[in-house]
Design a protein around this ligand. Structure first.
Ligand code: AMP
Length: 188
């Protein structure tokens, strides 16, 4: 089963993806985590990505699609993947379609975790406090920029996936457990 978890920054995609990994043996592919690992490892990609991420902008489609293409071929992805933070642009969504098609795979569900944006500022503040500021993009200024980028580049994917008949929406303002139950009901 291949699933996209979709939503604004702070909507809870990563949290829900982790539960699906534990509960269903799916593999989580988080482009944000991959980029943060590259930064931590001090690779050239990491060095290039860091400033872009700190600004709240998007890393180029070529780099992101290349990262996913390299990973999705690994054996552990054969049972299915949860895409967390990818795709974020129409070009990335098209590239994903091609990638899955060439492997004879389907996209089964796109689950939008819908949240009230005013609440996201408090959530991101909490995450910054809980992680000791581990993510340098977890602050109000960068979040404002990330939300603007989400509306401009990523939200247009909602009608794209609605047209394909794979889009489902859950209420992300409820508790983590409740959101997880809503997702479980969709995945069956
Ligand atoms: P995330 O952890 O998903 O919130 O991503 C953190 C940052 O990494 C984003 O604000 C972008 O700068 C970059 N990033 C992650 N995923 C993507 C993607 N699919 N396309 C472009 N940039 C991305």
């Amino acid at each position: 089963m291949n699933v996209i978890l979709f939503g604004a920054p702070g909507a809870g995609k990563g949290t829900q993806a982790e539960r699906l990994v534990a509960g269903r043996g799916l593999v989580q592919l988080s482009t944000g985590d991959m980029l943060r690992a590259a930064i931590a490892a001090g690779t050239e990609l990491g060095l290039r990505a860091k400033d872009i991420m700190d600004r709240g902008d998007l890393v180029s489609d070529d780099i992101i699609v290349g990262m996913i293409a390299a990973r999705i071929d690994d054996d552990d992805c054969a049972r299915g993947v949860i895409l967390d933070g990818f795709p974020r642009t129409v070009a990335q969504a098209n590239a994903l379609d091609e990638m899955l098609k060439s492997k004879g795979l389907a996209l089964d569900f796109v689950i939008e975790i819908k949240v009230d944006e005013a609440a996201l500022f408090a959530r991101i503040e909490n995450r910054a406090a809980e992680t000791g500021g581990a993510r340098s993009d977890d602050n109000a200024d960068t979040l404002r920029k990330r939300l603007a980028v989400y509306h401009e580049n990523t939200a247009p994917l909602l009608p794209y996936y609605a047209e394909k008949g794979v889009l489902q929406t859950v209420d992300g303002m409820n508790s983590i457990d409740d959101v997880a139950s809503q997702i479980d009901r969709i995945l069956g």
